[in-house]
Design a protein around this ligand. Structure first.
Ligand code: 5FU
Length: 261
């Protein structure tokens, strides 16, 4: 069965990672496939924004190391919001080191990401050891990994071969792989895995540093995105709450169009 035409609720049973199951479930229940990239640098900004848009998103994506006033109680409050509004937390750490270092970066240091993030992003570049180490650190099965198979930025160095080898590397760690960060539906076939796609705005455009934006129609209907990451399209809007609803509605409409064939 082709992944992109199956509804989220029918894909739950194919998922081998618990976070993927939860995410399919949340999307089907809340009727939203919007992931907010909350790239703000003050904790109050992030928490206030989530108070307003929490009900419209299936996941929040953080870059914990851009926050100026990080304190431990921030993650406590973030978790409370995630529980209240039923969304997951993805820390976009893009781990890319040897397995031993990554296992320390995951569980130690100032941020102790493994304690609060439901899932994290990981590069396949260093080889399989990175997944082996995370598999050991994530000794509870309620955590997940989005492996980077493609990027949205202009001129990135990922090749077709790199992408294919990334997907086959993931197949050995099915219990921790939630899905792939990628741009195209042919990247993988398994309906139990989730396509997370960043680089989305309502109009096609670019930023000044090579980020390429595609429309909801393009990424969801043509390119197979399951969870869609929107950052500045919402955070830089005059009224982020109104804009989050606009993205949620546009993205869900495209998903319905896709599964309706
Ligand atoms: F893996 C990727 C990628 O290929 N492109 C991205 O843009 C991740 N991102 C992240 O999504 C990036 O680090 C930002 O946090 C977010 C996109 O934010 P924007 O404001 O919508 O451009």
């Amino acid at each position: 069965m082709e992944r992109v035409i199956l509804p989220y609720e029918k894909r739950i049973d194919f998922a081998t990672n618990l976070v993927a199951r939860q995410l399919f479930n949340i999307m089907a229940t809340k009727k939203t496939n919007l992931c907010l990239s909350a790239d703000l640098t003050m904790t109050t900004g992030i928490l206030d924004l989530l108070e307003k848009v929490g009900e419209h998103i299936c996941m929040v994506k953080t870059h914990i190391d851009i926050i100026d006033d990080f304190r431990d109680d921030f993650v406590v409050r973030l978790k409370q919001l995630a529980d209240r509004f039923n969304f997951l937390i993805l820390e976009d750490r893009k781990y890319a080191d040897i397995g031993h270092t990554v296992s320390l970066q995951y569980s130690k240091g100032l941020y102790k990401i493994g304690e609060w993030a439901d899932c994290v992003t990981v590069h396949s570049l260093p080889g399989e050891g990175i997944l082996k180490a995370l598999n050991g650190s994530m000794n509870c099965i309620t955590k997940g990994v989005f492996l980077l198979a493609e990027m949205s930025s202009e001129g990135n160095l990922i090749t077709q071969q790199y992408k294919q080898e990334t997907v086959s590397m993931a197949s050995k760690y099915a219990n921790i792989i939630t899905g792939f960060v990628c741009q195209n539906k042919d990247t993988f076939q398994n309906p139990g895995l989730i396509q997370l796609t960043p680089g989305v705005q309502l109009e096609c455009s670019k930023d000044d540093f090579g980020q390429i934006y595609k429309t909801p129609e393009k990424v969801v209907v043509e390119n197979g995105a399951d969870v869609i990451v929107v950052g500045r399209g919402i955070t830089a809007a005059k009224n982020p709450e109104v804009q989050a609803v606009a993205y949620k509605d546009a993205l869900w409409k495209c998903y319905i169009k896709r599964i309706s064939g």
